[in-house]
Structure formats: structure tokens, C-alpha cells
Design a protein around this ligand. Sequence first.
Ligand code: ATP
Length: 365
Amino acid sequence: MSKNIDVELRNIQKRFGSNVVVDNFNIQIEQGECVSFLGPSGCGKTTTLNMIAGFLEPDQGELLIKGKRMNGVPSNKRELGMVFQTYSLFPHMTIFENVAYGLKLRKVPKSEMTARVNKVLELVKLPHVAERYPKQLSGGQRQRIAIARALVTEPTLLLLDEPLSNLDAKLREELRDEMKRLQQEIGVTTIFVTHDQEEALYMSNRIVVLDHGKVEQIGTPWDIYNRPASEFVHTFIGKSNRMLGVIEKVDDSGLRLRSDAGIQLFGDLRNKVGPGTSVSIYVRPEKITLHRENRGTSGVNRVNGTVKQTSFLGAYTECEVEVGKYSIMVRMQSTQQESALASGQEVYLEWKPEDVFVFPREGQG
Ligand code: ATP
């Protein structure tokens, strides 16, 4: 079955002076997909989005929308809807006029225009604000109107650049739910720029993780979290405990490692690296089981330590356990017993070889 590709980037590169800020970016985005560009500040997310939007031209490579080459095509000929971090509504126009603006430019007849504006205002659940001015709306409402304005022209592609970052935490979550519902309901192909990993995991069919202008990984949220292509991806998304160590042995059953705290650990063959390699060893807090007693199971990756601190966070409890020179964070479902773990208490930690991530340390083979 052939896929409908709405957007394609082929070897896109952008330089500012001698600084390469987007390097060799390749992706095909299917119709109806929501793809997030995720990465730390300065990694090139906005620059890439601006090239897709037509605000910047790539120095190298090709950009295609619906199979047509877009290099050099002005932004207003690309059939895009855009929403930015700051509310870009016109203050002197009513909400109706703001939303209708794109249709007016396209000379859509009045009756059709009214019907389409009313329809998108219904979609963003604000049909009653049409006659108000932007300053009479809350921040969250204004951002919904910005979304309505982007959707009213029925764009091929919706570009969202950190649309939630000016909102407080509760509103952010609400609008995030709303955007996901809208995106799925309308089925508009969407590119979402964010530095917030949770937002990216929540919103996207696929995530592109960027670092210093380079694509580190493109994958589903599950893949990015569970099969990170690099140490950067693993540590950028979610929390993880890090230890240093060396690979002692590699055989069919997996990796045998020794951490520099003298602990012997086992990993699987997913991140196969040769014996003698210095590595960073990671395990996520929610993959560790905490026992109060040394029940003597045959389990590997079993260490003992002392509780430093326990924090009850509602749905889960975090416990920091001192294991030799390391402080290991464990995340457990909250039970009364777990949240009452006392500092100084001796506990046993255990995790599975498949939950161990191993990455060779820079410059050490
Ligand atoms: P943020 O989340 O902070 O917006 P970002 O990932 O979107 O970051 P970009 O805005 O794409 O990053 O910037 C990538 C790099 O390009 C940064 O180092 C930035 O300083 C540089 N840069 C961006 N625009 C220009 C410009 N017009 N001239 C020179 N350098 C620029």
C-alpha cells in the first residue's frame, strides 16, 4: 500500500555564517501524522520549522509538500496553518474578524466565510466569543482562537511552535488534550515544536529528537523511550540512574558488566559493545523493584543500600537509595507502606537485564 506523504525533507541543511544549525535532516511525514521536533534550546527546531513555513530558505537539500518542491515558494503559497508561542491575534479586530482574516485574503464569499468561522469556533469550543476582542479573553482562550484561525483555511499542514509555553501548568495540560483531540478529529498533518518531552510523548505519532542541529533519532514515542538510539536520547527523555563501569564479558546470554562501585551487573545484547569498553550504565527509576528484605531470589542486578530520602508524589513515591558511591532513584506505585520508608533503612534493589541501557563512554572505544 502506498503511503500519502504530505511533507518530505531531503538532506536539508541550514547555516548561519559558518555555524551549521540544521544538518542533513531527512524525514517523510505521512498525511494525518503528528510529528514533534524535540530537543534542548538551540538544537534547530524552530529553524527547521521556519524552513518548512517558508520564512527561511535551506542552504542545501529539498523540501517537498504534497510531492511538490517548495524551495523558493513563498510562505503564503504553501497552504499552511501556523500557531506560535505568543498570541499573534490582531488586537484591534474582533475574534470573528481575526479568525476570518485568512478567508478574507482568499476572497471567500461572505456567507461561506461566516459558516466556516462559526464551525472552527465550535471546534475549539468558543462559539460565544466571536464579537469580543482578544484582550477580553484569557491566555488559554486566545491560544484556542489562534488554533481556530490556523485551521479555518483547511491547511495541508499545521505548524505549531511551542504553542503552550506561555500558559500555566493546568491550562497547558487542558489545551494539550484539546489539541490532541482536534488533531485527531480533523486529521490535519501537524508538526509540533517543543522542548517538553512529556508534551512530545503525549501529542505525537512520531518524535524527531534533535541535538546541535543533528537528528539523533526518529521514532514512535514508545521507541524513543524504550529503544533510544543514543545516550543523549535516553537522558533527554525521562529520568534515569547513571553509573559508570566496564564490560567484562559478552556471550549469548548477554553482557556482564562491573560498575565502578564494584557491583556486578547484567545487561542484554541490545547495545552490544565489546569486552573492555568503558560504558555508562543506565536504569530508569520505575524499572527498579525495592524489597525490604534480602529474600534471596536468584535474580541478577540485585544490590543493597540504605534509604536516604522518600518523597510521596501522589500516584507514585520516589525513594533515593544510597548504593556505594551512587544515589539510586527508585519510583514505585504509592502504597502506605512504600511512602513510609524511613531514612537509614536497609533495602534491596533489583532490576532486569533488559532494563539496563549501556552506552560507550566518549573517546573510550
Ligand atoms: P529554542 O527552543 O530556544 O527556540 P531551537 O531548537 O528552536 O531553540 P533555533 O531557534 O532553531 O533553536 O536555533 C538554532 C541555532 O541557530 C541556535 O544556535 C541559534 O542561536 C542559531 N540561530 C537561529 N536564528 C539565527 C539567525 N537568524 N542568525 C544567526 N543564528 C541564528
